[in-house]
Design a protein around this ligand. Sequence first.
Ligand SMILES: [Zn+2]
Length: 318
Amino acid sequence: MYYIGVDLGGTGIKVGLLDEAYHIVQQASAPTLAERPAEEIVADMAKLCKEVIDRQGITAADVHSIGIGTPGIVSRKEGVILRSSNLPTFENVAVREIFKKYLDLEVYLENDANCAALGEARCGAAKGDDNVLVMTLGTGIGGGLLINGELYSGSFFAAGEIGHHVVNWHETEKCGCGRKGCWEQYASARALVGQAQEAARKSPNSQLMTLVQDGNLENMNAKVVFEAAEAGDKVAQDVLDNYFKAVARGITNLINIMQPTSVVIGGGMSAQGEKVSGPIRNYIQDEMYGSLKLQTQIKTAELGNEAGIIGAALLGLN
Ligand SMILES: [Zn+2]
């Protein structure tokens, strides 16, 4: 039996065919061209699904189900995308129903961050763990929750917005969500870049300035901060330490609420592996409730960009 996962994004549609061991054996992709009518985009998704089936030399009857991960808010039960800021023509679109016109297979829908969480929890870093928080440190902070082995999407399909719990009541700048002082404003990869730029301006002799491309702070990224710190630059090390503290404080809040078996850190930052999870783990231990020993495992994601496709493909089994 095979499984198909679709990663529907604002710029591209990626489709993967998984075998029984949940390995991707065929892939196909196409641009989303998101301004088009939703029906056309769904038709293209079905076309890509047929493509991977044909290429593998199997038929639709060999496929258990198709799962679609999409940005935005999804009614999983109804198979409807309610709305998505990255897919402007998808407002109350009955994707499951439209899809069936092109390919008669069971279709499941879920938010893309939740799909990535499911992928990591079933086949990646948190394999075998029951209660899992998977977070993405990227431009923002995304999250997906598994409770007792099941995806938890909340009563109204938008649970897991972990980046938007307020950690600083005195912040004056607004977060993208409209509140002020959200965790994301201090602990996202974008926040790290901002903190590094500020530190480099204050300490122009720092290696942050030497290592950034063309000496232009606009080119600052997380990799530069790690490189400077590794080269022994104290300014960069302080930036990283403060950043890890900010990440750790938010995770500790979430551990106190949820007490998961594991927390998986994903997104671009996870490429740094233990260099990221190690210090974060130590700072969380410092903040644990009543100085309890930290039992939750802090891990870095293993599936990278494939987590979304793999998780989507597993939706029919969840
Ligand atoms: Zn916010």
